[in-house]
Ligand binder design. Structure first.
Ligand code: SAH
Length: 251
């Protein structure tokens, strides 16, 4: 089996759903639960709904925001009940699980689930490599949060039992850039693109979203990302020199 993904629940309002999600995870052999700013946790309703999966609740990590919950992850999938135009490549639950199962042991993946009422924000989906939908009744397609976790956990279990990791898919998974490193790169890129006048700060979204899609598809290694960061720094250094800034005076 491939390494089990971590389950990330964002801003869950009902503690019972956290418990039910923990139960869903344990039935399928998942154990790593991360909670982003839950409304109430720990809570007796969570423990009651976990029904014997309370060990997962006890080990759950609570984070202030989504980037913190994704630390150390190399592949991040955002679960969304709604199709959205430009938020990234879409996969259905089964194809996402197959992609996960091929990743091998060293690559760490996260499945991110949104709020009961409003799901994930566009900014949160921007942090995900892919957006995943569980195909459902188009007229009533929004599953209960724990039910969505159950479907994904089941698909992961079936897909990883069926496939062995593809060594060609990830020759050196340890070398892959982490989600945090990719995020810092995007911040740096946005800064430089604004400095050179390529990015309109008033309307940065579509450009930066496209760049995110490109990078998420490319799955750069840490070293490659360092080169890109170096290029950005060189652009900034060059500009400082041309404008007679500090870099010039230092030489
Ligand atoms: N009303 C919200 C749905 C929230 S359901 C919305 O329209 O986005 C809570 C979470 O369960 C969602 O954020 C998503 O992560 C997951 N979920 C529910 N139904 C889903 C579906 N059909 N496909 C993928 N994820 C789903």
């Amino acid at each position: 089996m491939s390494r089990a993904p971590r389950i990330v629940l964002v801003a869950t309002s009902h503690p019972g759903n956290i418990g039910a999600a923990a139960r869903a995870m344990k039935t399928m052999g998942l154990s790593e639960l991360h909670l982003v700013a839950p409304a109430q946790f720990p809570d007796p309703q969570a423990t009651a709904m976990a029904a014997g999966a309370d060990d997962i609740l006890e080990q759950a990590c609570v984070h202030a925001d989504l980037p913190a919950a994704l630390a150390g992850c190399h592949w991040v999938a955002g679960l969304s009940a709604r199709p959205r135009a430009l938020s990234g490549p879409d996969l259905d639950a089964r194809r996402a699980a197959e992609t996960l199962a091929r990743q091998g042991d060293a690559a760490h993946a996260a499945l991110v689930f949104g709020r009961e009422r409003t799901g994930l924000t566009n900014e949160e989906l921007d942090l995900c490599h892919v957006r995943v939908n569980i195909p459902a009744n188009p007229a009533y397609g929004s599953l209960n949060l724990a039910a969505a976790v159950q479907v994904m956990a089941y698909e992961w279990r079936m897909a990883s039992a069926a496939s062995s990791p593809d060594p060609a898919a990830l020759d050196a998974p340890d070398a892959l850039a982490s989600a945090g490193a990719v995020e810092s790169f995007h911040e740096h890129l946005e800064e430089v693109l604004a400095e050179i006048g390529f990015l309109d700060r008033g309307n940065p979204r579509q450009l930066m979203r496209r760049m995110r899609r490109l990078l998420h598809r490319a799955r750069p290694e840490a070293e490659e990302l360092n080169i890109l960061r170096g290029i950005l720094s060189a652009v900034q250094g060059g500009r400082t020199r041309r404008s007679g800034g500090a870099a010039d005076r230092d030489v």
